[in-house]
Design a protein around this ligand. Structure first.
Ligand SMILES: *Cc1c(COP(=O)(O)O)cnc(C)c1O
Length: 396
């Protein structure tokens, strides 16, 4: 099928929740290739999924080898990959607890919410979770309610009860939202979909102190800012605090759907036998892909690379902001960067795509950059030049 045929059939057979204009055929490292022969630097990386690049040979090999042995076995049975991966996640988080596996970010957050409620039910009958405005936690009914943005909740009422909202980076607002029913505070160290907003040191420290004082669970949603994206394994590791629970998904298994909830020792055994489950969660294929992905991040030293290339890209974006009045601000951590635009961010994303760089939006006025952590420095420089040309055409 050619591009037009695919887009036409897409409109006929897929529910209209998305409206893609680019049709991809393959990816390699930091580039993707369209069916029409166009190639792009992929600064969406599958929305923060391909931190180690598309089709990394180590992950391809791990998937191939595992697919020949055992793709799936359900959680009625154990397998080695699952315990190795859980051990690794506990190690690289330094939380010293346990892991529950599932298949997506929403599902990982759903698990965190359920764990918090279960613990709250045994500790004073508490169930309310305070989340932040402009957060994003997923699209299931509970996680869309946790998401502090009206636009994705509208039309789905009645929403589940038990959520309250506070302003991100405003600890007084969080304090005001806590009641005697509150059991947890949930936040992203760097808000992704909500506009690439990093938490301040004071805010993270304030949330931790409040949780300690009121016996609340601190939950970090690391679905987008985790797995090396910010230059550390986990976004919260840029701060001087540790959460009680955190969730991972997106880049965890380099594109094989996978999610995880990691709990410290205090909350490691809140779920009891049969109290939560997932058929696919932590299946052999996903675990093999995730173990290979973590191995690549370690071997290729991608945490340091993300920090360094993040500085390079940030400086380049700041130069754009100085050159064009239509660019108002640049923010983010590591290789999770946002460029605030005066006009619609969508216009800039479209101009970049036409020029050969795929980026995405984060809200109406933020262009979001999530390049692969493994992008070659000369490729990063080339992509910056291409974006500069696109901006010249758009604004110049
Ligand atoms: C993408 C995202 C989710 C939802 O993940 P899905 O895999 O799409 O369910 C949750 N939280 C954050 C921070 C995300 O970026």
């Amino acid at each position: 099928m050619n591009k037009t045929e695919i887009i036409d059939a897409y409109k006929q057979y897929l529910m209209p929740t998305y409206a893609p204009e680019v049709v991809l055929e393959k990816g390699k490292g930091s580039k993707v290739f369209g069916v029409d022969g166009n190639q792009y630097y992929d600064f969406t990386a599958g929305i923060g999924v391909h931190n180690i690049g598309h089709s990394h040979p180590a992950v391809v090999k791990a998937i191939q080898e595992q697919a020949e042995k055992l793709v799936h076995c359900s959680n009625l049975f154990a397998h080695e990959g699952q315990v190795k991966l859980a051990q690794k996640l506990v190690e690289i988080s330094g939380l010293g607890g346990k892991v529950f596996f599932c298949n997506s970010g929403a599902e990982a957050n759903e698990a965190a919410i359920k764990l918090a409620r279960r613990w709250g039910s045994q500790n004073g009958g508490r169930y309310e979770i305070v989340t932040m405005r402009n957060s994003f936690h997923g699209r299931t009914l509970a996680t869309v309610t946790a998401t502090g943005q009206d636009w994705c909740q509208q039309g789905y009422e009645p929403l589940p009860i038990g959520f309250a909202y506070a302003d991100f980076n405003d600890i007084e607002s969080v304090k005001a939202a806590v009641t005697d029913k509150t059991v947890a505070i949930m936040l992203e160290a760097v808000q992704g979909e909500g506009g690439v907003n990093p938490a301040t040191d004071e805010f993270m420290a304030g949330v931790r102190a409040l949780c300690d004082e009121k016996n609340l669970i601190m939950i970090c949603d690391e679905v987008q800012c985790g797995m090396g994206r910010t230059g550390k394994w986990w976004g919260w590791q840029n701060y001087s605090v540790k959460p009680d629970l955190f969730t991972s998904a997106k880049s965890l298994a380099d594109g094989v759907p996978m999610g995880a909830l990691i709990a410290n020792a205090k909350f490691a055994d809140v779920f009891a036998l049969g109290s939560h489950a997932s058929t696919f969660g932590g299946n052999p294929l996903a675990c093999a892909a995730a173990l290979a992905t973590i191995g690549v991040i370690e071997k290729e030293k991608l945490l340091a690379a993300a920090a360094k290339k993040g500085e390079m890209l940030k400086a380049a974006l700041q130069a754009f902001a100085e050159k064009y009045d239509q660019i108002l601000d640049v923010r983010g951590l590591g290789l999770m960067l946002g460029m605030v635009t005066e006009g619609p961010a969508k216009d800039v994303v479209e101009a970049f795509a036409a020029g050969g760089v795929l980026a995405c939006t984060a809200g109406a006025h933020v262009v979001r950059f999530l390049p692969t952590l493994s992008i070659r420095e000369d490729h990063l420089e080339e992509a910056v030049e291409m974006m500069g040309d696109s901006l010249d055409e758009l604004f110049g």
